[in-house]
Design a binder for this molecule. Structure first.
Ligand code: NAI
Length: 328
């Protein structure tokens, strides 16, 4: 029998948490043969609801679920953690300035980064879902100097999946025929979904679409503003699709990308494609044996360059702001 993997989920009592925990416990995060132990980290006000969710997890009698622990202490929550999904964050409320948002989240992600540094297992892998995800990941990473920086990642997989789906709709191709799509930059309205290197059943996607106007005026804004469209329609922000993307992100990181394909992950830049080193920005990556690598050597055309640069500029500004606030 395999030793269980310790998976910590923050914000476990929230709506993404509710959509996420059952899929982790049923084997979708790591594999159908990998037992898991769950740690649910919440703030004191969220503990009771997290206990309710844990009761329901018990009631599923998942064969792979070997234990659930609930805590509001990050040092306990991350003790021995192999995978950490940082979902709980401070949302932007009406009238909140960016500086206020960043400092409120710094108050969450800096101590959590330190607790990961001090308590997590040596092979810890971190995915930040809570927004602003890229910069929250940077704050946590900076607070964890003993953990290799590349273990801190931010989620752009939901954007990636949204882009796949929009492209499938436009071309009539099944999602499974689409490969090598890329989300560049920040998980925000400035993100750039790039189809110039994507393939649809082996043909170049931009050529199959053959409509740069659709790219600029429909595809890119639809993907980038999809979160707001979901709120408008559902009356609540995306939860099941966000949880699904978190599952996909970690599953791919651990189990690898398919031959000939890649995925998108927010990761600390090594300077590739002109993205300043250390910024947590989305790149095309391949994964193998629990490690990822940036896809190198892609030709970046003018259309793409301008959009990547704009999103990276926003990431730089967020980094400078959290630096000024003393959060990194
Ligand atoms: P929610 O408000 O339903 O749940 C958040 C939970 O986090 C609450 O239960 C709260 O008590 C908890 N929490 C707050 N501070 C905490 C702390 N310091 N430690 C532990 N738990 C804490 O929010 P929801 O819908 O589950 O979304 C969570 C985050 O995910 C938000 O920041 C949202 O913007 C983000 N998100 C990111 C996406 C992405 O693609 N990267 C997509 C969708 C949402």
């Amino acid at each position: 029998t395999r030793t269980p993997v310790n998976v910590t989920v923050t914000g476990a009592a929230g709506q993404i948490g509710y959509a996420l925990l059952f899929r982790i416990a049923s084997g979708h995060l790591l594999g159908a043969d990998v037992p898991v132990k769950l740690r649910l980290l919440e703030i004191p006000q969220g503990l009771k609801a997290a206990e309710g969710t844990a009761m329901e997890l018990d009631d599923c009698a998942f064969p792979l679920l070997q234990g659930i622990e609930i805590t509001d202490d990050p040092n306990v929550g991350f003790d021995g953690a192999n995978v950490a999904l940082l979902v709980g964050a401070r949302p932007r409320t009406k009238g909140m300035e960016r500086g206020d948002l960043l400092s409120a989240n710094g108050g969450i992600f800096k101590p959590q980064g330190k607790a990961i540094n001090d308590n997590a297992a040596d092979d810890i892998k971190v995915l930040v879902v809570g927004n602003p995800a890229n910069t929250n990941a940077l704050i946590a990473q900076a607070a964890a100097p003993d953990v290799p920086a590349e273990r801190f990642t931010a989620m752009t997989r939901l954007d990636h999946n949204r882009a796949l789906s929009q492209l499938a709709k436009k071309t009539g191709a099944p999602v499974s025929d689409i490969k090598r799509l890329t989300i560049w930059g920040n998980h925000s309205a400035t993100q750039y979904p790039d189809i110039f290197h994507a393939e649809i059943a082996g043909k170049n996607a931009a050529e199959v679409v053959g409509d740069e106007q659709w790219l600029a005026d429909t595809f890119i804004p639809t993907v980038a503003k999809r979160g707001a469209a979901i709120i408008e329609a559902r009356g609540a922000s995306s939860a099941a699709s966000a949880a699904n993307a978190a599952i996909d992100h970690v599953h791919t990181w651990v189990n690898g990308t398919a031959a000939g394909d890649w995925t998108s992950m927010g990761i600390p830049s090594d300077g590739s494609y002109g993205v300043p080193e250390g910024l947590i920005s989305s790149f095309p990556v391949t994964c193998k044996d629990g490690k990822y690598e940036i896809v190198q050597g892609l030709d970046v055309n003018e259309f793409s360059r301008a959009r990547i640069d704009a999103s990276v500029q926003e990431l730089k500004e967020e980094r400078d702001a959290v630096r000024e606030l003393g959060l990194i």
